[in-house]
Design a protein around this ligand. Structure first.
Ligand SMILES: [Zn+2]
Length: 293
């Protein structure tokens, strides 16, 4: 009888354990901004308020992923202020393999257009960001927006954008999707005519395609190393310099200058390039030499 009781307790624990695993979120969707004041609102260009748009797209995106059997959770489901470390903690706590942060863009001079994705610049975090981001961008650009590509940006503590830096510091690959510019008349016309559901669908289809890819499968089954990247692992000028002197030997002067120009906007092109696999840099150069880039 005692053994039987132990058996049932064990069985209950197993079932509970399996239940917890099945309920763990594969993908965390992070609706950008939220809460009071202009900081919480994000970009505001009437009738659009970024924090409401991001929640709208994120909700529809989760619904679509869930309908495909991909479990999700959101970092906020109401107009609440959530700090960036808190968003990353929620992703980690949910057991997420991937965090996708939803945003809409605006620029000071109001002269920018298009869609872009920001990724971590580190190792396989970059690989996941670049591949998942490309899938999403090809879908968003199909709505009529020009793709500005998957970008990385370094700051004094590593990745420049906080939600990415905190995400990867917990071992959760994180990307930011900037869907379009709210202060651009053309981009707004796409948002007006296609609606938020089209953007959510573009994101969902991109995430699904990525998860079905080789890298996505490796991320899911744990064979892809996405170890935490500590925020203190800043790319220092010295380290970057040492890495780039070796890297540089692989290219002609003209090729090297062209590569530098590709990451010039980051403010530390050599540091970023030292994080990119040599084979990827060489294939970029090949495409450039063929006139494709
Ligand atoms: Zn934003």
């Amino acid at each position: 009888m005692k053994h039987l009781k132990t058996f049932f307790v064990t069985l209950a624990l197993c079932v509970f354990g399996i239940g917890v695993t099945a309920n763990a979120a594969t993908v965390v969707i992070d609706p950008g901004h939220g809460g009071a004041g202009t900081e919480g609102s994000g970009a505001i260009y009437a009738p659009y308020v970024e924090k409401a748009l991001t929640l709208d797209v994120a909700t529809k995106l989760c619904d679509e992923l869930n309908a495909s059997g991909i479990s999700t959770t959101m970092t906020r489901t109401s107009d609440a202020a959530v700090s960036l470390p808190e968003r990353a903690n929620k992703a980690k706590g949910a057991g997420a393999k991937l965090m996708v942060s939803i945003h809409f863009n605006a620029s000071g001079p109001h002269d920018k257009t298009g869609t872009e994705v920001w990724s971590s610049m580190y190792g396989n975090h970059y690989k996941v960001g670049a591949e998942c981001g490309s899938q999403i961008l090809s879908n968003i650009s199909a709505l009529g927006l020009s793709s500005k590509g998957v970008k990385t940006r370094s700051g004094s503590q590593g990745d420049y954008y906080g939600v990415i830096r905190y995400g990867v510091s917990l071992g959760v690959p994180t990307i930011i999707v900037e869907h379009c510019f709210l202060d651009n008349p053309y981009d707004r016309s796409i948002l007006d005519s296609k609606g938020t559901a089209a953007f959510a669908h573009a994101d969902a289809a991109g995430i699904k395609a990525f998860l079905a890819s080789g890298t996505g499968q490796a991320l899911m089954n744990g064979s892809l190393d996405v170890s935490p990247v500590a925020a203190s692992t800043a790319v220092t000028a010295t380290a970057a310099g040492a890495a780039s002197s070796n890297l540089r030997a692989n290219f002609t002067s003209a090729e090297w200058q062209w590569l530098l120009s590709q990451w010039a906007y980051t403010g530390n092109a050599e540091a970023i390039m030292s994080q990119v696999p040599l084979a990827d840099l060489k294939s970029l150069i090949n495409e450039h030499n063929k006139g494709n880039i």
